[in-house]
Design a protein around this ligand. Structure first.
Ligand code: URA
Length: 230
């Protein structure tokens, strides 16, 4: 049971101080009875707003096909943000919706967004080792030796002490594009791994995160992830 005003504020409907006005403006019922007291203790499943159940009362977990040019930071000074793609009510949620790890501004593809802090910790924890598949284009032909180098788990990036964990590289037929599976997420890791070999990454797209794939989601589109998918 939670206070109704707290619940409405957490789910982005209004602030706690606006809850009383919200209850006047909307037909809010709790187990069928009209709700007037913002401090009433309620079960989320019993609440209807204008006849509709609450919007994702147990938390949001979204899979976004991140377009190029957006940042995963919340700081508006860093540029347009992935969160700006979301409906206002989702952006007003508390805890706030945040990305599970980050993709650079110049990287596109699969990113999870959630207000479930436990999922952020779980999937960004080094212990968890979620495999993440990237598709990269380089500025030059990639030498076949890179496959063994990345797999060895000995590559130390500029400014780091610990080597990168073993990573699986597949160089595609044109030799400038490759698929790379990482189980960790150091800052700018893919770009820095290629840079360590003298190559520059020109395009980078994340195709898969654990078992999740983009399917046919267009750039900028997102969908909810079901519990049984993760
Ligand atoms: N590696 C990078 O260099 N950038 C990303 O966005 C993700 C992985």
């Amino acid at each position: 049971m939670r206070r109704l005003d707290q619940l409405l504020a957490n789910l982005g409907y209004c602030s706690r101080s606006e809850a009383r006005a919200f209850l006047k403006k909307h037909a809010v019922t709790v187990a069928g009875a009209a709700a007037r007291d913002p401090s009433a203790k309620v079960r989320a499943a019993d609440v209807l707003i204008d006849g509709e159940p609450l919007d994702h009362p147990d938390g949001l977990l979204l899979l976004l096909n991140k377009p190029l040019g957006l940042v995963c930071s919340h700081d508006e000074r860093e540029g347009p943000r992935v969160y700006d793609l979301l409906p206002d009510r989702w952006r007003a949620r508390n805890p706030q919706v945040t990305s599970v790890g980050r993709l650079d501004k110049d990287t596109s593809g699969l990113i999870l967004l959630t207000d479930r802090t436990e999922l952020v910790h779980k999937y960004t924890s080094p212990k968890h080792k979620v495999p993440k598949l990237y598709h990269a284009t380089a500025d030059r032909d990639l030498a076949p030796e890179l496959v063994a180098l990345f797999a060895a788990g000995t590559l130390v990036l500029d400014g780091e002490d610990a080597p990168c964990a073993p990573a699986e590289l597949r160089i595609l037929a044109d030799r400038r594009t490759a698929e790379l599976v990482l189980t960790e997420g150091k800052y700018h890791q893919v770009r820095r791994m290629f840079a360590a070999t003298g190559a520059t990454v020109l395009t980078l797209h994340r195709v898969q995160f654990g078992r999740l794939t983009l399917g046919n989601l267009a750039p900028g589109a997102f969908r909810s992830v079901r519990e049984d998918e993760i």
